[in-house]
Write a new protein. Sequence first.
Length: 475
Amino acid sequence: MYILPEIFISLSTLILLLLASFSKKINQKDMAYFSLFIIFFAQFFILKDIFYYEEIFNGFFIVDSFSSFMKLLILICAGLIVYFYIIVKNPVSLNRPEFPILILFALVGMMLMVSANNFLSLFMSIELQSLTLYILVSFSRKDSFSSEAGVKYFIIGSLSTCIFLFGTSLIYGLVGSVSFESISIFMSEQLTMPTFLIVGLIFILVSISLKISAAPFHMWTPDVYQGAPTLVTTLLSTIPKIAAFGVLIRLLVYPFSEITIDWGKILIILSITSMLVGSLGALLQSDLKRLMAYSTINHIGFMLMGLIPGTEDGITAICIYIIFYVTMNLGIFLFILNMNRDQINVSSIKDLSGLYKSQPLMATFMAILLFSMAGIPPMAGFIGKLIILNLVIDNNLFYLAIIAVLTSVIAAFYYIRLIKCIFFDQPQDELDIISNNQSKYLLGFFATFNVIVIFVPQFFLDLCSSVTLSLFALN
């Protein structure tokens, strides 16, 4: 019998909510450990039937290997972020039992997103995720920056919702259904595609672009990344991006596969703009969290390139890139979470000055992750970019490959500037020594992973190829 991990997490989270409300003995650390336990068992339910296929709830959701793979990535990232919450010194505002509970609720929304097979179920899933993230971003109520970030994120998120619903209504007006299967059948029967259908898809793409921080719809990203609590920024930069890309891939490859050329042109614009904005915007940043926001935008542009051809190889390349991107991002944000001076968290680039002299091992781990972010061989980031560039060149999109390489060179400047700051600048006020061994071991793991990938690239190619088959089987 197939057990839906979303139902298991939802019921377990409701039980935790009751415990948090009525038991005064349970604190936030207990809740975090319970959350880790729930996430672990949810992964077991997915792994048990990872190649299971079924349309459930009258076709509202679909369970296949692609959605299971994306859910596993989401759960692993969520588990690591909850573990970060346990091991690092958090601001007092985050030390409340409801914090890990909110992460679980957001997790349910994101898992449902990648399984959505209907615009109605997709909308409900996005809203469950979004409403929870609005709360998490503004969780530090006494911090004016967090409150401001929450308001900005809420306004942009509300705009994204309106745009999504407008696009969906145009498609429903033409097709008479919001089911992905019905839309796919309708499009396969058309000799020429109705203009309103393409316009509706454009609105939906704009809405999703706001979710994944693709330029020119990135305006909220730097401010929200900087203002939100660092742990929440860690979450925003990883899990929602995985879920949104899962939605984007399923949406374009399945119901809208007949107009690949049309949405491919839109993705080309989004990709080029994201790479340019991400690489150029980071050059003048002095705060690490803002710099990581522009770094995210740049990487999103790279991932979008893999989707432009609409082929199985492209989706495989994106899945590989997402795995590598997540490990790099989590490693760097784990270090930022441990950047303290006199027990106060700091995030200025200047604070990294002379880190190698006081913490040589941590500086080395950080340098490996930054080199990987820059795409320097033989790191994981280089492998991910190389696979996508090969795909783009194979599809004769040479100009796109040239722009990608040029923006990567620009991006390498600000990553190498950080490494120069760590190894060669004179320290001003040294950071506190990282005391918790768990953070050291995890940083070592992330750095080692980014180095050893070069020896086993075929493993990731085979893994991601096998999980993308279900997407193209539907066509």
